[in-house]
Design a protein around this ligand. Structure first.
Ligand code: ANZ
Ligand code: ZN
Length: 800
């Protein structure tokens, strides 16, 4: 009889659901394990095959942890505010709430069809007022501590979404979402002061177990640098302050560059003789994104200020001042001292504008290219710094500048405050009232949630205001402070708000007194293992760490970091190795796969597809291989004998248990599956299968293929369900490899014998041979021409 995957999968999914098998228990005396995957944005396209890669991986971890006796929390929910839903609603004239409901229902059905062991009793939705009440509450706490503030600023403006974007949402100069042109525009924006946490966000990376590339990306994004701020006098009387990481190169500063947005330009308007030219350049720069402006490869442009010169403080020389778009107003002081000999961008600029290039660190040919290495060079042409190393020079000049009152040491971060507003409808209303007399007044907490009102049209207005601004009745309110006439804030929160704390809500999702109870948070936090996409490293992951630290500071959460461990999966590509996309026509629909092969095959395949951390192309033939493997497991029931594990299979079993156990903990799902496939071959070679062998096999395979294993467990009558059992144990002694003796020859003559494990690969055997006591001196000073391992017999080394 063939396995009817469709039937048995439905059967077990219903049983799990009915019995609440995967509900996390509120029994806080048991050891806990909190496994988390990034909750999806329920888009109109439904689930794609990339989602289950992450979900299945941690499902395997969660299922194994349950068998190991942990009280496991593995929750799921919906990150459902945001533009795609809103855009769909605008286009099709349906309320975004209805769109969201439909999309959520479809996603949920798809996830359930995969047999993922989520605790659906804790399902959350960021658009539910009972949820966003707490998102608003956190915003109010941030506001009260001065960490939410409003600021006039140049913002990234997507000309097509008609919406402000965070820096992170501008990719390659265009809108991350729609690909529209991004320009700079001045707007008054809600901001969150993530920069106040920059140092802690950096330092505490040492306390968590994140994969290296995640840590590195966060460190780079936070971008701590050390240097000095230095004042340059000008002929206009005003001082110009620069930030430099290379104060040692001060003697090589042959000109200055200020950002086109630098406020001093307005002050100098009268004395600048080429104001028109300057103005034209400012307008041009405003149309470019920061990304475009700072690209090293970009052709350097700029305008020299006519009528003002700066003075280099170390030698009193007058140097010209330029404006150029490669200097950003948002970093450091918005002005730089340019050292063309040792900075690539300055070098290119100097070549283009024919400015002097003075070498101050020896080691390169600065007329040919900038010499940027600061580890090896020695200072020259630098007066009191001559002969020092770069590090020594930095210290000396910084001390001197401080002494002279010309500057001081300075630490800078690349990290910017977080633009926390959208001029759109489908987001959390910002719970602030704007009063002419009292300013920005927080809504009293007992008025939360501040619900999104119904509107006629979800489209932002032409001038970019939120559609809420058109709702006079809603906007006009009274000031909670003075009782006078006031207006509501009409901007809504950005997409990233709801996901910045959602993992806390899962701990206690129905609490209406607090975002979660203290007991629940004390028990469940931190998340033990969080898996998600690399694309979220500098956005969601950093934002949520920031909110968590803030909540820690105000005593709401018990840990200073939200996630003990963070891993990341590679993307699943199309069969052609390209990114899956509609336009490429290479999208695989998970529903089709489940229908054709069953969920267990789909799960197994997604884990077998390759190294979990790397991108992997889809392969239909490999899917069929996974299905055949499950069919073989199924067919084993035809020939089951009573009895324990047969002696000849004992080692294979212990080794496989060890391998699967360790591989799951190390994200090596593909090799765990390969080990089980090998075990099946060993069993087949022995003929039939014993009840005990089958039992262990089903336990091992259960996290990967939960339906078929439950079904077989029942058929074979082991009693209870697999989910009630204990994860199999292995005996380290019984895993030990058989050892064999092999001869070591040099040029065909036996010189020594070594003991190695029978399964050794050639490389291991040869390495052991070369390290053998009698061999080392014989090879000394010789050149190895060839190395051969004849398996189980000898190693021969040919040496001259
Ligand atoms: C002189 C110098 C000499 C510099 C040299 C570098 C090399 P990080 O490491 O990114 O902090 N800079 C400062 N403010 C800037 C701004 N607003 N826009 C563009 N560039 C700016 O880099 C700091 C360096 O970037 C600073 O050190 C400054 O150039 C430039 F051989 O000063 B340096
Ligand atoms: Zn007031």
């Amino acid at each position: 009889m063939k396995c009817d995957f469709g039937k048995i999968e439905k059967k077990w999914q219903d049983i799990w659901e009915e019995k609440g098998v995967f509900h996390a228990k509120n029994d806080y005396s048991k050891p806990k394990f909190y496994a988390l995957v990034e909750f999806p944005y329920p888009s109109g396209q439904g689930l794609h095959v990339g989602h289950p890669r992450s979900y299945t991986a941690l499902d395997i971890v969660a299922r194994k942890k349950r068998l190991e006796g942990f009280n496991v929390l593995y929750p799921m929910g919906w990150d459902a505010f945001g533009l795609p839903t809103e855009n769909f609603a605008i286009k099709n004239h349906v309320h975004p709430e209805i769109v969201t409901k439909q999309n959520v229902a479809r996603f949920k059905k798809q996830l359930q069809s995969l047999g993922l062991s989520f605790d659906w009793s804790r399902e959350i939705n960021t658009t539910d007022p009972e949820y966003y009440k707490w998102t608003q509450w956190i915003f109010l706490q941030l506001f009260k501590k001065g960490l939410a503030y409003k600021k006039e600023m140049a913002v990234n403006w997507c000309t097509s979404c008609k919406c402000v974007l965070a820096n992170e949402e501008v990719v390659g100069g265009v809108c991350e979402r729609c690909g529209g042109e991004v320009i700079h525009k001045t707007k008054s924006q809600w901001m969150l002061k993530i920069t106040a946490y920059a140092q802690r966000l950096l330092d505490d990376l040492d306390k968590v177990d994140y994969i290296d590339r995640v840590k590195t990306q966060q460190r780079n994004w936070i971008g701590r640098s050390t240097g000095a701020e230095v004042d340059f006098a000008t002929t206009a009387g005003d001082k110009l302050r620069v930030y430099t990481t290379r104060p040692d190169t001060l003697f090589g500063a042959t000109y200055m560059v200020i950002s086109p947005e630098h406020p001093i330009l307005e002050k100098w308007a009268e004395r600048l003789q080429n104001l028109d030219e300057i103005k034209a350049y400012q307008e041009e720069a405003a149309r470019k994104s920061d990304f475009e402006r700072t690209e090293v490869a970009k052709d350097k442009t700029g305008v020299r200020l006519d009528g003002v010169m700066a003075v280099n403080p170390v030698n009193g020389r007058e140097i010209p001042i330029f404006i150029s778009d490669y200097v950003l107003i948002s970093y450091g002081t918005g002005a730089i001292m340019a050292v063309p000999a040792h900075d690539t961008r300055d070098w290119e600029f100097a070549k283009k504008f024919d400015l002097p290039i003075i070498e101050v660190v020896k080691g390169g040919d600065v007329q040919k290219e900038a010499f940027t290495d600061c580890a090896t060079g020695v200072m020259v042409n630098s007066g009191m710094l001559d002969g020092l190393t770069v590090e020594e020079a930095k210290e000396k000049i910084t001390a001197w500048l401080k002494e002279q009152g010309l500057g001081e040491p300075k630490v800078n971060f690349k990290l910017r405050d977080w633009v926390f507003a959208r001029q759109r409808y489908w987001g959390e209303p910002i719970p602030i009232v704007i009063c002419d007399k009292c300013g920005y007044v927080p809504l009293p907490e007992d008025q939360l949630p501040l619900k999104l009102p119904e509107v006629e049209s979800y489209e932002p207005t032409e001038d970019g205001e939120s559609p809420l601004a058109a709702l006079t009745d809603w906007v006009e309110t009274t000031c909670p402070h003075c009782g006078g006439k006031a207006k509501r804030e009409t901007d809504t929160m950005p997409q990233w708000a709801g996901s910045s704390w959602y993992f806390l809500r899962y701990c206690d999702p129905h609490n209406d007194k607090a975002l979660a109870s203290k007991e629940a948070l004390d028990y469940w936090m931190p998340v033990d293992w969080y898996n998600g996409g690399m694309e979220h490293t500098t956005l969601h992951l950093l934002y949520s760490r920031f909110w968590h630290k803030f909540l820690y500071d105000i005593g709401v959460v018990p840990t200073c970091e939200p996630y003990a461990k963070r891993t990341s999966h590679g993307m699943i590509l199309g069969e052609n190795g390209e990114k899956m996309s509609k336009s490429r026509g290479n999208v695989v629909n998970p529903d089709d796969i489940v229908k054709e092969y069953g969920a267990d095959t789909m799960r197994l395949y997604e884990m077998f597809i390759g190294d979990f951390e790397k991108a992997a192309p889809w392969s239909s033939s490999s899917i069929r291989g996974c299905r055949r493997f499950l069919d073989r497991i199924w067919d084993l029931q035809k020939n089951v004998m009573d009895g324990p594990i047969r002696p000849e299979l004992e080692k294979a079993f212990h080794k496989t248990i060890r391998k699967v156990t360790e591989d799951i903990d190390n994200l090596k799902f593909n090799t765990a599956i390969a080990a089980m496939m090998a075990l099946i071959n060993d069993i087949a070679a022995a003929g039939g299968i014993t009840r005990e062998e089958y039992r262990v096999l089903l336990l091992l395979l259960n996290p990967f293929a939960p339906h078929i294993t439950e079904e077989l467990w029942e058929t074979l009558g082991y009693g209870g369900m697999v989910t009630d059992q204990k994860w199999p144990a292995y005996d380290e002694e019984k895993c030990r490899e058989d050892e064999i003796e092999v001869a070591v020859q040099i040029n065909g003559k036996v010189r020594d014998r070594i003991t190695i494990s029978a399964g050794s690969e050639a490389a291991d055997a040869i390495a052991c041979a070369k390290a053998a006591e009698k061999i080392v001196p014989l090879l000394d000073g010789k050149q190895i021409v060839k190395e051969i391992y004849v398996k189980g017999k000898l190693v021969n080394i040919v040496a001259k």
